[in-house]
Design a protein around this ligand. Sequence first.
Ligand code: SF4
Length: 259
Amino acid sequence: MSDVASNEVSSLFGGPAPAGSAITLYNQPSADHADKVHATLELLKAAAFEHPGKVVQATSLGVEDMVLTDLIARHRLPIAIGTLETGMLHAETASLIGTIETHYADAGIHVEVHKPVAEAVIAFVQKNGEKAMYESIDLRKACCGIRKLEPLSRMLAERSAWITGLRREQSNNRGDMAARESDDQGRAKFNPMIDWTWGDVWHYVSVNHVPYNPLHDQFMPSIGCAPCTRAIAVGEDFRAGRWWWEDEKAKECGLHVHK
Ligand code: SF4
């Protein structure tokens, strides 16, 4: 069995976490962890109640979003789940879509997959090359626009609210975000894990046997597209492995930036 497969089985069926795994490294709940879980669940319920049939969890398939999906499935909340398949994801990340549907089959969980417009991707790559994202911030943002922002706009088109796994701790850019806010279109945006620490996240994963991306076990706390994600070293910031060649202030793909 490969390392990837053994980690997934461990998480899915509740066996001991492998030595050196993210669970063994980071499982460290805050004193008020239970209160945070309760508050997160209450906010998810509020989102479902206030936006019946019109709310989606926009999952990045990162570990925070896996926690939210677990709460939604566990409590049978009427919240859709959607993700962006940019065409540049690691195989481990893309395979989580099937893992979620299998793991939560009893809850009837289906993951909407939103892909970029093929013609737009082809035209961009033909004009700018496969590695355009490294050439300039403008080209990187253009790639994110085609592969992420446009598909996200389709995911949200008929919806009045969306849910994210953002946490304040993730970056300076996210430090002043609130649990409830509005996006640039006036849509409600819920960030129910805004106060969670990294230790809280992994404690929940450990206790509830939440499946997660095995790349988190390889020092990738924040996982995006493969060309734009690398492992971080000890002491580096949480998002140091994302767009690492750019200035810190530019490091958002636009999904969560207010104009
Ligand atoms: S993260 Fe990188 S590969 Fe993915 S859409 Fe943005 S620039 Fe393109």
